[in-house]
Design a protein around this ligand. Sequence first.
Ligand SMILES: [Zn+2]
Length: 386
Amino acid sequence: MKFEKGKGSDFYNNLNLEIDRYFKSNNLTKYATPAIYIKGGILLFMYMACYASTYFLPDNLLLLVPIYMIMGLSGVMIVFNLVHDASHGAISRNKTLNNAIKYIGDLVGINTYIWDIRHNIQHHTFTNVLGGDLIIENIPLLRMSPHQPWRRHHAFQVYYSIFLYMFYSFYWMFVIDFRLFFMKEICNLKNLKHPKKEWILLVFFKLVYVTYSIVLPILLTPLTALQVIGLFLVMHAAAGLLLSFIAVLGHFVEGPSFPEAENGIIPKSWSEHELEATIDFAPSSKVINWITGGLNTHVAHHLYPQVCHTHYYAMTPIIEKFCMDNGYPYKKETFSSAIASHFRYLKKLSKKEEQAAGLWFSLARKRVARKTAKRMLTPRTQQANS
Ligand SMILES: [Zn+2]
């Protein structure tokens, strides 16, 4: 699968000039500003303080419940505010520092080697394209693209989606990470062979995670095994909800496009495809920007993943103005309308007719393409016959 044109479209070249001007005139680099280290410190402190409460407040189960929820939320914020940028090489020009920060992600439960494959390679290249973007198929039982086949249970997906979102971080850490390691083929990546070091790190970090999250609290506090597992699940429910909503609001709402590759070609340049497949939610909210690691300014992230998220807030109005002045489709929603739009989108895809409509459009497109090809071939065929 590939794009009709790589990154060098007129759209991207001209937008790059505007973005470069912003960095030069403000004397900035694309890497992190000091703010990220302060934020990272606060989030890590929050996570560790919540965890330490298990040992200081073991008799106050009712208080531990909200504390574990905050621990879950801070874990997700660590992933989106530090690990995500580090995995894109955006925190520092020093690769060792980026790699070291990535390991924080492994410590809070996710495998960052597989994240590189499924997020950086697949999602950032073939955004919203079924068979290329793994995020579409991340949550089983949900139909997230009009090109996925409709199944009977999808009729109820609006109602059960919220429960699946609550289990998403747990499912990611204990199912997706392992399943992808065993797959020989991930979308367009064939004959995958993972380095032995990564297999060892996978097992090592999962053991570390389970040991400090479950085993140590059972052994070292008066909490029962059932209570510890209950708190662990409460933490994941809060984490799963935040993680899922950040992940779905940038793509799986009304507005972004879900193109199909025709004969392995996506009929756009990569950058125009990213612009059309992505939407911002509450891009002017500094609070949501702080919580989501800039992923509310999702268009800026998809066009410039190697730029640290601390710049997206300032880059977004530049992108919006450039698109408006030049007739490109920049999309944005408020936070509440993005949430409503996500559930309307799920509702739309819960109907069987949407599949029929999707198929009809793709068949109609193929018919037009065949006719055009025939028209283009006819004169040469006639020449050959004469
Ligand atoms: Zn990313």
